[in-house]
Ligand binder design. Structure first.
Ligand SMILES: [Zn+2]
Length: 340
């Protein structure tokens, strides 16, 4: 270890749980962070400052001013320039730790690219905002026996789970089915930055334990914590659920692409989301969408305008999004305003 490296990480090396050997292990570690919004950027910042040797950062979105309240790797310039979050994150990390490698990828994680984006790492961290991607990560992690950490925050509520291959329950053991119908998202329910930082701190600490070989110290529970109501709960996840589709039966529907809605371009400057299993209550979603743009509906369609986009929503969950030909942008909008 060079003198400069030693100095940079001196306070962390002094901590008995890390030590010089742990620090060396961190410097040789490779981690993928899927999604670099609020939780993703907080986790990336902590792991980068801790000296994790390689961070692969995946994100499909760009920085907007409404992100700055909680997405701690970004600033007003990034929002003005609408920089892709992965790129903005890599630039910011280089300003405080130029000695680690950051690999930014401006992509949507799909079954087609999952091997390329999640392969060859020691650990995968969840910075996503949707269950669709989390099930894809879970399938890949179970199939290839890679550890991953689930982390989520909406409103004042947070939840996190460690998956240790061959040992603990996986995401599908705990949540066999994705939530159906419209679900809360940060864009419709808001989010506290303190909830984000709490869950990111817990997930990043569990990641450090894993990477320095202190797996026995890792939590074997699904931990949920509401920072507003102070309700805190843990559900045991030390053992897999018998019959689990993913880790029990090795039936990887999300990896095969079966569980994902198909998205196709459906004309000039618009994208169609072929989701058809999310019954939409127009009255309810109108109430939730009104603070975010203009909304109008009859019994057949709901129209939602948020510049520069126009979303047309059907009762079965299908949507047409005008204003973009980028399927990743359209999916991101759908996940934000309708549900993930
Ligand atoms: Zn399982």
């Amino acid at each position: 270890m060079s003198f400069e490296l030693h100095d940079r990480y001196s306070r962390q090396v002094l901590f008995a749980g890390i030590g010089p050997d742990g620090q060396k292990m961190l410097s040789k570690s490779r981690v993928s962070i899927v999604g670099c919004g609020a939780t993703g950027s907080a986790i990336a910042s902590l792991l980068a400052r801790s000296g994790v040797g390689m961070l692969r950062i995946l994100d499909r979105d760009y920085v907007e001013s409404s992100n700055l309240q909680r997405q701690t790797l970004f600033d007003e310039n990034d929002a003005r320039e609408s920089l892709p979050k992965a790129i903005a994150a890599a630039r910011q990390i280089a300003r405080f730790n130029s000695q680690i490698l950051v690999e930014p990828h401006v992509v949507d994680l799909t079954p087609a690219n999952v091997e390329q984006l999640l392969g060859g790492v020691n650990l995968i961290l969840d910075g996503t905002d949707n269950f669709e991607t989390r099930y894809l990560i879970n399938d890949y992690a179970v199939k290839t026996a890679v550890a991953w950490i689930y982390a989520a925050a909406v409103g004042s509520y947070t939840a996190t789970l460690n998956f240790l291959p061959g040992e603990t329950a996986c995401l599908a053991c705990v949540f066999p089915d994705a939530p159906r119908g419209t679900v809360e998202t940060c864009e419709t329910s808001g989010i506290l930055n303190s909830a984000v930082n709490l869950v990111a701190s817990i997930a990043a600490t569990e990641a450090l334990k894993f990477l320095v070989g202190a797996q026995s110290k890792m939590r074997r529970t699904l931990l949920s914590w509401d920072v507003w109501s102070n309700e805190r709960a843990e559900i045991a996840t030390a053992k897999p659920r018998p019959g689990c589709q993913a880790c029990g039966e090795k039936h990887f529907i999300h990896l095969a692409g079966e569980g994902r809605p198909h998205i196709t371009l459906c004309g000039r400057n618009s994208v169609q989301i072929h989701e058809q299993q999310r019954p939409i209550d127009f009255a309810e979603i109108t109430t939730r969408l009104l603070p975010h743009g203009n909304v109008r509906h009859n019994e057949f369609v709901l129209k939602f305008w948020r510049e520069p986009y126009e979303m047309t929503l059907f009762p079965d969950g299908r949507a047409i999004i005008k204003g973009t030909t980028d399927t990743a942008v359209a999916r991101s909008l759908y996940a934000r305003y309708v549900g993930s």
